[in-house]
Design a protein around this ligand. Structure first.
Ligand SMILES: [Zn+2]
Ligand SMILES: [Zn+2]
Ligand SMILES: [Zn+2]
Ligand SMILES: [Zn+2]
Ligand SMILES: [Zn+2]
Length: 580
């Protein structure tokens, strides 16, 4: 089929349905979308609250818990143990489908009754203060940490890694601090877009390097400082003088590093071991289009943070041996053919419009079910009745669509309307990826919740701390240190913060200074260095006369670097001629 142009119901912009897309929609047996890819993503992200956490009580055992949901929610919120216990069964909330009411209104009623899990945690140990964790251990104030990671603190997007602090998008690494988009690094700090690096600090786009400092665009190098080669003895003498454990010097090196980074060559996108891909931060992939933070995938499109998956369209934060997902967000391990769903915890198959179900097959419009099949609105049917009623509901959804407060209509084939999310817009990662001021969010029909940040009172000010980590006493772990932003930023600053004993030991071992900001402020400072989830079509900036061009290189590409950004952005050919 030829491509087709449609107008997005939400932003009113035209978007294109490519000829390949039709093949996928036919395979998934879904109608064409009425929202553009970006508005579809924004709508899904409103259902993912990672870091706005509350203290509350478990609605069943009444113990104090940390939760994505505040105490005043309509629905019950259970602690992890209670939610997974046999003290309740989602099937008890089953109800008859009412063909006189829109589907999504009935979904809201169901969601308001069924208990929700306080945090998303799957097979994880000692992660009370972490959310969206799977198969991991000792995770603290970190989010989206999966695949047997261990000892992860203040980080986001971590896979198969150990002892990681203050990092963003790290895979297969160990003993790392302030790493952003890195893979297979060991004992390295302040590394961006670097791989296979050992004992490196302040490195940008370095690969297979050891003992390199304040350097960029290096391959297979050792003993480099500021991109200059040293012999071993001179190298250690020089870095010995640099005093990385000093807070004052470290912040100066960091500024220098940002300058080095900006002046370095940038490959148009971070795509490695991949063919037929567009997007950024993609590895081991085949035919991944408009995808970000995605690895080990095949035939996927409009995806963000998906791993080990195939045949995924419009999916965030899922994978791990899953296939055929469409319009889906969060969780999803060993799933097959899942559409319009949230947090299909583990092994959900052949299901649509499910929310926090696990080990379920053939479920439609269900929430909080475990080990069930052939259910609609949590009520069990025979296989024959299930199939008949689901077909009838899909027809009814088209004839009696849900209309939201802004007049957009939702028939079969649309994800859940954003306005029925249990989260306010600014509690979710939608606010990080598509930031909106309160008024604009409300006008667009998104809910808003004024943040209630707990402010701590400091027992120690910044000036009372020794400058060098070597002089910091263990007793610092008993103090509450004032954040340098002192609540005056827009980062939900908690005013003051603690340093955990294991955190202090890590800083000492790695010769890193104690941080000057609270974890929230550190997170938002780091986000400034994270690439946007968006692509621009641009021409290669190279004018160095490579074999394939005289004068300006004619190659064009899709890149996350907006045209007005200061970096030098090259196509793959030119970049490889200069860097590899
Ligand atoms: Zn749109
Ligand atoms: Zn409980
Ligand atoms: Zn702060
Ligand atoms: Zn070029
Ligand atoms: Zn060139």
């Amino acid at each position: 089929m030829n491509q087709e142009t449609r107008q997005c119901q939400n932003c009113k912009q035209d978007f294109t349905i490519e000829s390949d897309d039709f093949t996928f929609y036919e395979k998934m047996k879904v109608p064409l979308p009425s929202f553009c890819p970006e508005c579809r993503r924004q709508r899904r992200l409103v259902f993912r609250n990672e870091r706005t956490l509350y203290r509350r009580k478990c609605s069943l055992c009444t113990k104090d818990i940390i939760s994505m949901y505040p105490q005043d929610t309509v629905f019950p919120v259970y602690c992890h143990e209670c939610w997974f216990s046999d003290k309740w069964d989602g099937i008890d909330f089953g109800r008859e489908y009412d063909f006189s009411r829109p589907f999504f209104k009935q979904i809201v009623d169901l969601w308001n009754a069924v208990p929700k899990m306080n945090l998303f945690q799957r097979n994880s140990i000692n992660c009370q203060f972490a959310n969206l964790v799977g198969e991991s251990k000792n995770v603290y104030l970190s989010y989206s940490v999966v695949e047997e990671s261990e000892n992860v603190f203040y980080s986001r997007l971590v896979d198969k890694s150990f002892t990681i602090f203050d990092s963003y998008s790290v895979t297969n690494s160990e003993n790392c601090y302030e790493n952003i988009n890195t893979d297979r690094n060991y004992s390295s700090s302040f590394a961006i877009l670097s791989r296979n690096c050992i004992d490196c600090r302040f490195v940008f786009d370095c690969v297979n390097c050891k003992n390199c400092v304040l350097s960029s665009n290096l391959r297979n190098k050792q003993y480099f400082i500021r991109n200059k080669a040293y012999n071993k003895d001179d190298y250690f003498r020089e870095i010995g003088k640099m005093a990385f454990g000093s807070r004052i010097l470290s912040s100066q090196y960091f500024k220098e590093f940002l300058d080095i980074k900006e002046k370095s060559l940038h490959k148009y996108a971070d795509i490695v071991k991949a063919s037929g891909c567009t997007g950024n931060h993609i590895a081991n992939a085949k035919n991944a289009k408009n995808c970000f933070e995605t690895h080990d995938v095949e035939n996927v499109k409009n995806c963000y943070r998906d791993l080990e998956a195939s045949e995924f369209f419009d999916v965030e934060h899922a994978g791990l041996n899953s296939e055929m997902f469409y319009e889906y967000i969060t969780g999803g391990k060993s799933g097959f053919n899942v559409k319009f769903s949230i947090a299909a915890f583990d092994a959900v198959r052949e299901s649509e419009y499910t929310d926090y179900c696990t080990s379920c097959s053939y479920c439609f419009g269900c929430a909080g079910l475990k080990n069930k099949e052939f259910c609609i609105l949590n009520k069990k049917y025979s296989k024959e009745d299930y199939e008949k009623i689901v077909e009838k509901i899909k027809k009814q959804m088209d004839e009696l669509p849900y209309t939201d407060e802004t007049g957009k209509t939702y028939k079969y084939g649309e994800f859940f309307p954003a306005e029925i999310s249990p989260f306010a817009y600014n509690e979710t990662i939608a606010q990080e990826i598509f930031p909106l001021p309160k008024e604009t969010a409300s006008e667009a029909g998104f809910r808003w919740r004024d943040p209630e940040v707990k402010k701590y009172t400091a027992t120690k000010t910044q000036s009372e701390l020794p400058d060098n980590i070597a002089e910091v006493a263990d007793s610092i772990s008993n103090e509450i240190i004032g954040c340098l932003h002192d609540g005056k930023c827009s980062h939900s600053c908690s005013g003051a913060y603690k340093i955990l004993p294991e955190e202090l030991q890590f800083y000492k071992r790695m010769d890193l200074p104690v941080p000057t900001l609270c974890p929230n402020c550190r997170y938002y400072e780091r986000l400034k260095l994270v690439d946007p989830i968006k692509l621009w079509r641009r021409q290669c900036m190279c004018d160095r006369n490579h074999p394939h061009h005289n004068g300006r290189c004619p190659n064009e590409f899709e890149t996350p670097y907006a045209p007005d950004r200061p970096e030098i952005v090259y196509c793959e050919q030119c970049y490889n001629s200069e860097v590899a």
